[in-house]
Every structure is written in structure tokens, then in C-alpha cells.
Design a protein around this ligand. Structure first.
Ligand SMILES: *Cc1c(COP(=O)(O)O)cnc(C)c1O
Ligand code: SF4
Length: 453
């Protein structure tokens, strides 16, 4: 049943999740047609769906549904599935299939949605000197390793565009999970080139402070001379700011942040905000204030998403609001080649146009942001513009991060193509291959074969 409105009672609000099992009970959902509810059910059986009472009651403007950006961000949308996939699941549900059959059909569809873009599974698994493979970590760029705590494979709500979706739908063998923080510490100590560890998930801020603390304390206790920065990738500020202000572990969480900064390490919350609406409530403003008071920096990032934020004005306002609140705009991403990319994806040339139109509207303090950037197999590739070079219109690109650090900041050019949405769609403008292709193939030939299979 629905929780009473919890926001103005003076008591700490508790999170109430909405998923496939109970979303039909929401009064707000009654305004939709039965057909729309059925469509949500069809899509929600294939892609992960979770909303919560803060998202539903404070972020979504139900008068603007189905166009409201946060509604599109969190509730399943019919066109997120291609027609044939949609029909396949719709028919399965109409036939009244049992749970096992529905799950089997769902998995069959999911496997056709490129669940592991950019060679995530095979290319980036680190190995300890003793040969142990660390499936809970990724090390793609020299300075920064990613750590996926096994306890953070979920979020306070799910973003419909999310490329981490295979982790949320019980495809267990695809879960990156590692309980052992000493393996993480071991790896970082074996790799003096690592200065940053980035906790990710899911959302690490889903963990209770007591559990998160065990990972952080392992790092602090090890006193690793090379470790300078701990980053936490999180959407908790947008989806559940109470984590930092009123939850029963809020004080402990902030205390932990203070312990990190007090040790002279840089602590960065890599905060995901997709729309300025997420910065507008008193709760999120409070949360940003108390997090910053611990000496933590908040850097922000988001993909550019059709139906949600494909508008320069939305980005300009979001960056301005972030700067006003003391956050540092960091990345604009191009949406990945997985899941519902056909629904959320935006062409590279249009992405660049939106980026530029937004960027030119903000002061220098908002121009810390970089993008639009694709996290592709060879690295993070930024679309720089569409200049005319040697009499020919091209797409100018550069690496912001590369598997080989020497690739970074070298301009290169692709044939102008308004339809291209990802690096794989682009052809070199002046040569027969891009400068990094041979090296990528030879360095990762074994892994490339795996990726294709
Ligand atoms: C983006 C990213 C990082 C961090 O890169 P920065 O440019 O330092 O923020 C690290 N690892 C992977 C796999 C990434 O995609
Ligand atoms: S909060 Fe991050 S990991 Fe979680 S669903 Fe959204 S994008 Fe994915």
C-alpha cells in the first residue's frame, strides 16, 4: 500500500520502492490508460525498473506525463524495446505464461541487446601477481581503477538508459562482484601507477555506512603511498538525498567522508545528474551542502539522452545550477551502444551541437565540463566539432582517455556523417584506418575474439 506523504511530518522519510510488482498501486499511475500500464509491464519484464517515493512524489511532474523527463528516466517506455522484442514479450504475457517462461524470454531478448559494450567483461579484468583474476575490478586507464563492491549492485532507483542493466536483472554470471577489499588493496599496491580508485556499482551509496566503511578503512589502513584520490560514482544525491541528511546512517556516512579528507586524500563524489529538476528540491540542496562541508568535492556527469535532456537550455541550466550549489561539471557522455540505445541515442554531430550551444551559455566556472564523450573500446573519445579540413567537412575527434595513454589529445578525423551515433559508425577521413586501430588489435587480439563471441 502507499505510504502516507512523508515529507513534511518532521520525521526522517523512509524509502519506498516501486517496481513491476507494485507500481499499479500508485495513484499517479491510475491516470494512464490500461494499455500504457501494460506497455510498462512488457518493457519492465526485460529491462530493470525501480522508482521510489522521492522520485515519484518530488521529482516527476505528473501533469507533464508521459513527457516528463524524470518519468522517462525511471519508468519503462514502450519504445525502449524494438518492435519485434516488444511483441515477443507482449505475446508471452498475453498468453499468461508462467514466471519461468517469462524469464527465459526476457533473457533471450536481453542477450540481443549487447549487454557488455566496449569489451567490459574481457578487456579490463585485472590480475594479481599470483594470477588471481579480480572480477570485481576494472583497470582500463593507467591512473584509475574501478572497484565494484559486491554489496552495491543496485541503486535507489534505476535509470532506464543504464548500461549497467545486466547487473540488475539477475544475469548472475555477468555480475562484477568482489567481497574482498584486501584483493583491491593488494592490486593497488602492486600498481604504483594507480592514483585513483573509483567505487562504482550499481550505486555504492546504497550500502549502509557500516559496510561501506569496511572497504574505505581497508584502503586507509593500508596507507598506500600511490593512492591520492577516492572517487564514489553515485546517483544518491538525485534519487535519495536523504542518504546524507536524515537516514539513520547519514551522520556515519559524513563522518566517514571526513575521515578520508582528514587523511589528506581527495574524496570526489562523481554525482550523476541527468536534469536540472534533480537539483531543485530542498533535500538535494541540503545534501550537497552537508557533503561539501566534509571537504568532499562533487563532480557531475550525465549522458546526453533523447526524450530526457536533448536540449542545450536544459544542460546550460543544469551546469549553472550545479556551479551555484558548489558542484563541478565534469563529463557529458554519449549514450552507450547497449540496451535501449536506439531510443535514447543521439547522433554525434547533434550531440556536439547541443554541447556547444550549452557550453557557450555558461561562465568559465561551468566550462570545466568535457564532452560529448564516448566510452568506447579504445578509450574515451570526445567529439570536438565538424570543421572543414583540406576542403572537406569532417568530424574532429580526440581521446580524453586511451588504453594507451599516448593516444590522449591527438586530434584525428572521421568522414562527416550525420547518422553516426558511435565510434564504430565512423570512417577515417584521410586514411584507411584510424591511427590507433592496429595497436588496439595487436594488444588485445585474444580479448577481441572473446568479445565477438
Ligand atoms: C571514465 C573512466 C575512468 C575515469 O576517467 P577520468 O577521465 O579520470 O575521469 C576510469 N575507468 C574507466 C573504465 C572509465 O570509463
Ligand atoms: S544510478 Fe547509475 S548505475 Fe544506477 S541505474 Fe542509474 S545510471 Fe545505472
Amino acid at each position: 500500500m502507499l505510504q502516507e506523504t512523508v515529507w513534511d511530518t518532521g520525521k526522517p522519510p523512509s524509502i519506498k520502492s516501486y517496481t513491476l510488482g507494485n507500481f499499479r498501486g500508485l495513484p499517479q499511475i491510475q491516470k494512464l490508460t490500461e494499455e500504457q500500464r501494460f506497455e510498462m509491464e512488457v518493457v519492465g519484464n526485460v529491462l530493470p525498473f525501480k522508482a521510489n517515493n522521492y522520485v515519484v512524489e518530488q521529482l516527476i511532474d505528473w501533469n507533464d506525463v508521459p513527457n516528463d523527463p524524470i518519468f522517462v528516466l525511471t519508468f519503462p517506455q514502450r519504445n525502449m524495446l524494438k518492435e519485434r522484442h516488444f511483441e515477443r514479450m507482449a505475446q508471452t504475457l498475453r498468453d499468461g505464461a508462467d514466471k519461468k517462461t517469462v524469464a527465459a524470454v526476457a533473457n533471450e531478448i536481453r542477450l540481443q541487446l549487447n549487454p557488455h559494450p566496449a569489451g567490459q567483461l574481457e578487456l579490463n579484468v585485472p590480475v594479481l601477481k599470483d594470477g588471481t583474476q579480480l572480477y570485481g575490478m576494472q583497470h582500463k586507464y593507467k591512473e584509475t581503477c574501478l572497484f565494484f563492491p559486491s554489496q552495491s549492485q543496485t541503486c535507489h532507483a534505476y535509470c532506464s538508459f543504464c548500461f549497467r542493466w545486466p547487473q540488475f536483472v539477475g544475469m548472475d554470471e555477468m555480475k562484477f562482484a568482489m567481497r574482498e577489499s584486501d584483493q583491491m588493496v593488494q592490486y593497488i599496491s602492486e600498481h604504483p601507477e594507480i592514483s585513483d580508485v573509483l567505487f562504482t556499482g550499481g550505486d555504492p551509496m546504497i550500502m549502509k555506512a557500516r559496510i561501506f566503511e569496511t572497504y574505505i578503512d581497508a584502503l586507509l589502513d593500508a596507507n598506500l603511498p600511490n593512492l591520492k584520490t577516492i572517487r564514489i560514482g553515485t546517483k544518491a544525491l538525485a534519487y535519495w538525498p536523504y542518504k546524507f541528511i536524515t537516514d539513520n546512517d547519514a551522520k556515519e556516512t559524513l563522518g566517514l567522508f571526513e575521515r578520508v579528507t582528514g587523511r589528506g586524500l581527495h574524496l570526489a563524489l562523481m554525482a550523476h545528474f541527468n536534469h536540472h529538476v534533480e537539483l531543485s528540491t530542498p533535500a538535494v540542496k541540503d545534501a550537497i551542502r552537508v557533503v561539501r562541508a566534509t571537504g568532499t568535492e562533487i563532480r557531475t556527469q550525465s549522458p546526453l539522452l533523447s526524450h530526457i535532456n536533448d536540449d542545450a537550455g536544459v544542460w546550460a541550466k543544469m551546469w549553472r545550477d550545479q556551479v551555484q550549489l558548489g558542484c563541478i561539471p565534469y563529463y557529458m557522455f554519449v549514450v552507450r551502444d547497449t540496451g535501449a540505445q536506439h531510443y535514447f541515442g543521439i547522433s554525434l554531430t547533434r550531440a556536439h551541437q547541443i554541447f556547444r550551444d550549452a557550453y557557450k551559455q555558461v561562465s568559465g566556472l561551468g566550462r570545466t565540463v568535457r564532452g560529448p564523450s564516448m566510452s568506447a573500446t579504445p578509450g574515451k573519445v570526445q567529439v570536438e566539432g565538424t570543421p572543414v579540413v583540406a576542403g572537406k567537412r569532417v568530424i574532429a575527434l580526440r581521446f580524453l582517455q586511451g588504453r594507451n595513454p599516448d593516444w590522449v589529445q591527438r586530434p584525428f578525423y572521421a568522414e562527416y556523417d550525420e547518422g553516426a551515433i558511435w565510434l564504430d559508425d565512423l570512417k577515417p577521413a584521410f586514411e584507411d584506418k584510424f591511427f590507433f586501430e592496429d595497436e588496439l588489435k595487436t594488444r588485445y587480439s585474444g580479448a577481441r575474439t572473446l568479445e565477438k563471441s
